[in-house]
Design a binder for this molecule. Structure first.
Ligand SMILES: [Zn+2]
Ligand SMILES: [Zn+2]
Length: 338
């Protein structure tokens, strides 16, 4: 099978993913073999490639996978051949620790990430424990469904952690794959949305999707916000978001790593008045299980830019440069058979 492999971390501009030919993996007990149809490209992959995270090298990246079951391992009986399933960032958790036992498997010390500690979807096939997969609502195409598995499911967790009431105002900092899905969900929940982003193209998309104000993170919105979610890869937006937050408001930081440090912050000016800062780590299976049917019901329409598997390096560089409108998705096309 064709697969893109990361064997050494370094700047994404060096195009570190190499196209190789590998044997199709065999599903072990409890696993399924999945023929990958589409795989989303996520910011976390930039963190893995550039060494801000430490993936188990060599690794096949990709944790927003849509594919079809082609073979089942011993004891795996959840699906039949041909079923369409999704695979997300959560690849496994121990199921026994205090976090797993309290609905927080995302915090499990043995948490393994797809495309980080286990091979992911930048390939024609992948294997996965069937308990860590999700049925995909029919209304989405393969490429539309892919970003729902991380950008969407994490976005759902972000909104849950924000804990907002209908009618409240939400500020979104950065406007990539996740934020453009969160905006659609937040509108459905009855929130007013301000979007803080630099790119004109991103501001236009936010306006098209129903933001009531857009500007840069330096600009002052019409009113302070009840909650903010920070999706940017830089530390500087954390004080920017706290500055526009109401007293008692909450800032949710939705990224796994920041490329630049969080600046020193004035306690009295930015953090006092019962303001809260909460980070988001990984997702639980329940996040994806609740979010996917909700996404179909709303319905969320992901804006997708498709790339062939071979052009993943290019897609990642464009993502780093902030030049993707919505979400980038690899469409895996087996020798033109599809
Ligand atoms: Zn992701
Ligand atoms: Zn655990």
């Amino acid at each position: 099978m064709k697969a893109l492999v990361l064997s050494q971390t370094g700047p994404v501009e060096n195009q570190p993913l190499r196209l190789v030919d590998l044997p199709v993996p065999e599903p072990k007990a409890g696993e399924i073999l999945v023929e990958v149809a589409a795989c989303g490209v996520c910011h976390t992959e930039l963190d893995e490639i550039e060494g801000r995270l430490t993936p188990q090298l060599p690794i096949i990246l990709g944790h927003e996978i849509i594919g079809r079951v082609v073979k089942t391992g011993k004891g795996a009986g959840r699906y039949k051949t041909g079923d369409r399933i999704g695979i997300a960032w959560i690849n496994s958790a121990c199921g026994k620790c205090e976090f797993c036992n309290s609905g927080r498997e995302n915090l499990c010390p043995e948490f393994r990430g797809t495309g980080c500690e286990a091979n992911g979807g930048y390939a024609e096939y992948t294997t996965v424990d069937e308990r860590f997969t999700f049925p995909i609502p029919e209304r989405f195409t393969d490429t539309q469904a892919a970003p729902l598995l991380c950008a969407g499911a994490i976005g759902y967790r972000d909104l849950q952690l924000a804990g907002m009431n209908p009618g409240q105002t939400l500020g979104l900092f950065g406007f990539g794959a996740s934020a453009h899905i969160v905006l659609q969900m937040a509108k459905y929940f009855g929130h007013e949305i301000y979007v803080f982003t630099r790119g004109e193209e991103h501001q236009n998309l936010a306006n098209d999707l129903g933001a009531s104000w857009t500007g840069t993170s330096q600009e002052k919105p019409p009113h302070p916000v009840d909650c903010a979610i920070d999706f940017t890869p830089v530390g500087e937006t954390i004080p920017d978001a706290l500055r526009v937050l109401k007293k008692g408001g909450r800032l949710v930081v939705a990224v796994i790593r920041k490329r630049t440090p969080v600046p020193a912050m004035d306690y009295a000016g930015l953090l006092w008045d019962e303001k809260e800062v909460k980070s988001v780590a990984n997702i639980t299976r329940r996040d994806a299980e609740e979010f996917l049917p909700l996404a179909a019901k709303i319905p969320i329409v992901p804006e997708v830019q498709e790339f062939p598997l071979e052009n993943a390096n290019e897609a990642l560089i464009l993502l780093k440069q902030g030049k993707i409108r919505g979400a980038a998705v690899l469409k895996i096309n087996r020798g033109g058979r599809q």
